[in-house]
Design a protein around this ligand. Structure first.
Ligand code: DAK
Length: 258
């Protein structure tokens, strides 16, 4: 791939948007390459955690590629929207845990990619914004939906209506990111968090991911039903037996490969 790089180091896959000369702007080619890579990674049994980041010192991704969008009509815009949504949906629903390692600007489509990840870790220099209204458009990669669910409607509307950037500490206070760490510790912090998750039952984590994601799409009563069903499924696994027996025997559980 030209614009998105994949580095495999099981149980981790690191996916890097690699256009630092334009702050990793997200062209349709970037989205296409990301979709291909995420599909490939999703099929890899040995990979449990996907870390998404941007190349260079300044940006995770400074949004959709304005140089490409400026010449596009409504049909091309609709097509781009499809790619944005497909990428975000893959990140959100893939069987692996996805972590955004936000190493600088995460603007527009870049911010939307972080929102689709399960977890977000930011370096101290990270900055977030949905500045689309400054360009005469609105967020088109799920930003109007996911941001409000994550930080609340009022705060999301302020960010979207003003397009203002917020720094990493403010993002942390809002609940937009899970942790803020020094720049040089960003990847190691992502890996440490990933290692901890990998030490738990992989199947249970995947069931939990599916249950939490359901809460975004369905009402609370049906969500509770789904939670009960998934918990019932968890009770049928060897991991449940192993986890509970290990607890009682005061030993570390040996979970099945997932
Ligand atoms: N697209 C293309 N090029 C970009 C870019 C972008 N988004 N962001 C930066 N660059 C390029 C700059 O043009 C510059 O290129 P050269 O002039 O060197 O050739 C280079 O990257 C370095 O940028 P700056 O010189 O501007 O660097 P600074 O440090 O001065 O400023 C900045 C950094 C991040 C504050 C600034 O670059 C900036 O404001 N960038 C644009 C941010 C932005 O507005 N992003 C777009 C948000 S809108 C859709 C789905 C999704 C979307 C749209 C439609 N459909 C469903 C249709 C998403 C929209 C967006 O993401």
């Amino acid at each position: 791939m030209e614009l998105v790089k994949l580095q495999l180091d099981a149980p981790f896959a690191v996916v890097t948007i690699d256009r630092p000369e334009c702050l990793n702007a997200l062209s349709s080619q970037v989205y296409r390459e990301m979709i291909a890579i995420l599909r490939q990674v999703e099929a890899m049994d040995e990979i449990r955690v996907v870390i998404l980041t941007g190349a260079g010192e300044k940006a995770f991704a400074a949004g959709a590629d304005i140089a490409q969008m400026v010449g596009e009509n409504a049909i091309a815009g609709r097509r781009l929207s499809g790619l944005c949504h497909e990428t975000a949906d893959l990140l959100e629903n893939m069987r692996q845990v996805t972590i955004a390692a936000v190493n600088g600007y995460a603007l527009g489509g870049g911010c939307e990619l972080t929102l689709a990840c399960d977890l977000r870790l930011a370096s101290e220099n990270a900055r977030f914004a949905l500045p689309e209204v400054s360009l005469g458009i609105i967020p088109g990669g799920g930003g109007t939906q996911r941001l409000a669910r994550l930080i609340g409607v009022g705060r999301a509307k302020e960010m979207i209506f003003t397009g203002d950037q917020i720094d990493a500490q403010e993002a942390y206070r809002m609940g937009l990111v899970n942790h803020v760490v020094p720049r040089d510790q960003l990847m190691s912090a992502c890996r440490a968090l990933g290692e901890k998750i990998v030490s738990r039952s992989g199947y249970a984590v995947a069931l939990a991911k599916s249950a939490v994601n359901s809460s975004m799409d369905i009402d609370r009563r049906n969500g509770a039903e789904r939670e009960k069903d998934l918990l019932g499924l968890a009770f049928a696994t060897r991991d449940k037996q192993e986890g509970m027996e290990a607890f009682l025997a005061r030993r570390t559980p040996q979970f099945e490969d997932f």
